[in-house]
Design a protein around this ligand. Structure first.
Ligand SMILES: [Zn+2]
Length: 454
């Protein structure tokens, strides 16, 4: 590697960005190997300008501060102007600002322009900006403003694109795909960085815009909670953000005695008072974006507050239709399906034609009780494959407990269990509803139900 002298032999070509540029050619030739002609040649040159600029910013040298100008210290033009401008490459009189069919016919130091411009847009965004005393004004080919994702992320994405996804013949369209793949690998497809790559390339007339993720923070709803007075609770809230940095957790409506750790999201403590509350957890990320999850939390007392009981009438169907409201012929001793015990069961559907059967009853769950629903279910079917054609839905009031289908068919009965403690203090209708499509039967057979409190 040799360096020549700049204008009048006064400014040797050894400035930070030029040295970084030349050494980056070594990185490119040992990774993607971008061929030094056509569009791949422009990308090769731009890659050296991009990493040369990264070197200059990283060095943080007060006599050669970081900038998006290339060769501003070597005075190769003899009039103090830099060799190239990344915010608006055409300012050098020869480089292209954006991609067009035929841009690959330019000298590689001019066809690099669109990629240099893309890197500036990706790092800093469009429009006017002053950085380290230099004023930039970066346009976009379609006039749509784009937002930068920061130089560090832009450099990481370009390095991964170069070393993992580009090949010797990569052109501008391929560079967009490579950079999107790199952003997806580093930050995920639902990230501001991924959208930023798409929009920076759109700014140089390569590909369309990508909408940024609507919210930075996603909180997984833990579902209804039930706890007991005097018994310790531990519930970890799960959340993630499209932005990096720490998350902060807070909660409103927690049962008395419980608190949330603001940095870990762990809810812990020991409930002191029975009752049902609506709890909302809010998670904030480093940019101030928030996400929430709201769920009900029922705290029950033990012992004297609730009497152990089985609340359903005629739970095993042995008294025929007593206690249940059904469609025709559901509670039966028909030997076509075996009962789980005794001789009666509730047999929903099994006709092989469009048909709906149901069995329901209203039940009051006392306040302060822990309540558990159990039943035995057998499903057989003439359907095949993994498509749910015929379905059984189990509901308690407006709450859907489960949906089963022909896909769940199996020999024998399986016991199902659901916690209905969140419904304590209310009267709800427990309902089994089976819907069959126009062909091939599915039988949903329910037996030995129970709704127990304690
Ligand atoms: Zn070069």
């Amino acid at each position: 590697m040799t360096y020549g002298d700049g204008s009048g032999n006064n400014d040797p070509l050894t400035s930070l960005d030029v040295a970084g540029h030349e050494m980056s050619h070594g990185v490119t030739s040992n990774t993607a190997g971008l061929e030094y002609s056509g569009e791949s040649g422009g990308l090769n040159e731009a890659t050296s300008d991009i990493f040369g600029t990264g070197v200059e910013f990283y060095a943080n040298n007060s006599t050669d501060v970081g900038d998006y100008l290339i060769g501003e210290k070597i005075d190769i033009n003899g009039n103090g102007t830099p060799l190239r401008y990344m915010d608006k490459p055409s300012k050098d009189g020869g480089s292209a600002d954006s991609w067009y069919s035929g841009v690959g016919n330019l000298d590689v130091h001019y066809s690099s322009g669109p990629a240099n411009h893309m890197f500036y847009l990706l790092s800093e965004g469009s429009g006017t900006k002053v950085i380290n005393g230099v004023t930039y004004n970066s346009p976009t080919s379609d006039g749509v403003a784009v937002t930068g994702i920061g130089r560090d992320a832009a450099l990481k994405i370009w390095y991964k694109a170069l070393t993992s996804y580009m090949t010797s013949s990569t052109n501008y369209a391929g560079a967009r795909t490579a950079a999107l793949n790199a952003a997806a690998a580093l930050y995920g497809t639902n990230s501001t960085q991924y959208a930023g790559v798409g929009n920076a390339f759109a700014g140089i007339n390569v590909g369309g815009h990508i909408n940024p993720p609507s919210s930075g923070v996603t909180v997984t709803n833990p579902g209804s909670q039930s706890s007991t007075v005097g018994t310790a609770v531990s519930l970890q809230i799960q959340a993630s953000s499209t932005n990096s940095g720490a998350l902060t957790y807070s909660a409103s409506g927690l049962p008395a005695g419980l608190s949330i750790n603001s940095s870990t999201g762990l809810i812990s403590g020991t409930p002191t008072t029975a009752g049902t509350s609506s709890t909302t957890v809010t998670v904030k990320d480093s940019t101030g974006a928030t996400g929430t999850a709201t769920f009900s939390w029922t705290v029950s007392t033990t012992g004297g507050g609730c009497t152990s009981a089985q609340l359903l009438s005629n739970p095993g169907f042995e008294s025929g239709s007593t206690g249940w409201t059904t469609t025709s012929g559901v509670i039966t001793t028909d030997s076509g399906e075996a009962a789980h015990s005794g001789s009666y069961k509730a047999w929903l559907d099994g006709y092989g034609s469009s048909h709906t059967d149901s069995a329901s009853q209203s039940v009051t769950i006392p306040a302060g009780c822990k309540a558990t629903l159990t039943f035995y279910l057998h499903i057989d079917t003439a359907e095949t494959g993994s498509t749910a054609y015929d379905k059984l839905t189990v509901t308690a009031g407006s709450k859907t407990l489960a949906t089963y289908s022909n896909v769940n068919a199996a020999s024998g009965y399986t016991q199902k269990t659901f916690d209905l403690s969140s419904l304590a203090g209310s009267t709800v209708t427990l309902k089994f509803n089976g819907v069959e499509d126009s062909s091939l039967q599915t039988s949903f057979v329910v037996d030995d139900t129970a709704l127990t409190t304690g």
